[in-house]
Design a protein around this ligand. Sequence first.
Ligand code: FES
Length: 107
Amino acid sequence: MVRITYVEADGRTQEVDAQPGWSLMEAAFHNGIEGIEAECGGACVCATCHIYMDERYLEKIKPMESGEDEMLDCAAAERKPNSRLSCQIEITDELEGAVVQIPETQI
Ligand code: FES
């Protein structure tokens, strides 16, 4: 299992033990984390799973593909340099200790 910390928009912090192979979106869903809507279920067509990725780990995750890049332009909350779609980030052992910030709104 991989320890991931989610910081909800109101500042509440939750640590979860996530299954490698899941996406950050799936790990949030399975652990009752609030604030990631994921309306399309991970198909990369809704941008309601927007997160701000821990900058220390940006080099350890798969680079963004064009579809994710385009969808992030449609995200409801401000897009930042560390914005990603959580359904597109696979959990690996390298993400141990990562902190994921959830934006204030997804819709
Ligand atoms: S769940 Fe829809 S884009 Fe990630």
